[in-house]
Design a protein around this ligand. Structure first.
Ligand code: GDP
Ligand code: MG
Length: 163
């Protein structure tokens, strides 16, 4: 069975953009509005020499209706539970937010190994934001740009160390 890797993080950090990058097609819906990825999506990912199953999640986000929120939360928790590794995304431009801290705690409690990823770090922007990521206690942040396809070799290396 291939290794399963779940992409987790608050809304709008670029989870679906990374998912699309890893599976090489526009399978996940990318949108500026939080909460657009309602449903769990799985795909066959390739990254350098690595092959794995990648799971895009809705994010543990705040929804307008309680049942939807519950459904999304349950999906993310199920994805975490079935994952061999979590890619925990933050937005390097925004730095660490209270929502990141909250979800980092959920991820930490799961006991599943984590690679901390600081996305939106193209052309070295967001170095300060990535640095803030150390405070989450999830290890050294790997800076990438999912949109601009930067940092993917570093990400592959960090994943290979964990799986
Ligand atoms: P999700 O809610 O975490 O799934 O985030 P999305 O993948 O839907 O992306 C949210 C927004 O961030 C979209 O406008 C993306 O185009 C943008 N985005 C994603 N990755 C990057 C990146 O590497 N750099 C920049 N500048 N924007 C990005
Ligand atoms: Mg999404």
């Amino acid at each position: 069975m291939p290794v399963a890797i779940a992409i987790v993080g608050r809304p709008n950090v670029g989870k679906s953009t990374l998912f699309n990058r890893l599976v090489g097609r526009k399978l996940a819906i990318v949108d500026d509005r939080p909460g657009v990825t309602r449903d769990r999506r799985e795909g066959d990912a390739r990254l350098g020499n690595l092959r794995f199953t990648v799971i895009d999640t809705a994010g543990l986000e705040v929804a307008d209706d309680a049942s939807l929120l519950g459904r999304m939360r349950a999906q993310t928790e199920a994805a975490i539970a079935s994952a061999d590794l979590i890619l925990f995304l933050i937005d390097a431009r925004a730095g660490v937010t209270p929502a990141d801290e909250h979800f980092a705690e959920v991820v930490r409690r799961s006991g599943v190994p984590v690679v901390l990823v600081a996305n939106k770090a193209e052309s070295r922007t967001g170095e300060a934001g990535a640095y803030e990521g150390y405070a989450l206690g999830l290890g050294t942040p790997v800076s990438i740009s999912a949109e601009h396809n930067e940092g993917m070799a570093d990400l592959a290396e960090a994943i290979a160390e964990q799986v």
